[in-house]
Design a protein around this ligand. Structure first.
Ligand SMILES: [Cu+2]
Length: 152
């Protein structure tokens, strides 16, 4: 039997249909390829970026979020803990309507960040020496003041 002769005579309409499907599939796969290429590029960027970051000596930033409410940090001005050389970001969300708060670590050069009602502010800090430090709201200390214990 000759397969070419069977295809060219009996199955022509079906082949035309297949051709349309193939064209559509081709289009989809082209879009897919573009998407995949973009994803591959993004992954590459992420890998390169994370490699660059991991080559740096400093560890990643640890974020501590405190809610300023009723003129206290998190209700109790909690004692925070950190390690020497740890990079810390202290984020304060001000839930006291009509009250402006602030956050700073007076012993270090963090600046004094003002946080209006409903807003969020943060300070970044790296402790180079073990010890006990205060974090404060300069507007409401000593009632709005907590400790950070830094250990080796
Ligand atoms: Cu305050």
């Amino acid at each position: 039997m000759n397969r070419d002769s069977i295809q060219s005579t009996g199955e022509q309409p079906e082949r035309r249909y297949d051709a349309n499907v193939t064209v559509r599939r081709g289009y989809i796969s082209r879009v897919g390829k573009v998407t995949l290429s973009a994803m591959a590029l993004c992954s590459l960027v992420v890998i390169v970026a994370s490699t660059a970051l991991s080559n740096r000596s400093e560890p990643p930033v640890r974020v501590i979020v405190l809610e300023a409410r009723d003129l206290r940090f998190d209700g109790t001005n909690p004692t925070l803990h950190a390690k020497v050389n740890e990079r810390l970001r202290i984020v304060v969300r001000n839930f006291d309507m009509g009250v402006t708060h602030a956050v700073s670590i007076p012993a270090l050069d963090t600046g004094n960040i003002t946080i209006r009602a409903g807003q969020t502010g943060s300070i970044d800090v790296t402790f180079r020496q073990a010890g006990e430090y205060a974090y404060v709201c300069s507007h409401h200390m000593p009632s709005m003041q907590g400790k950070i214990i830094v250990s080796d």
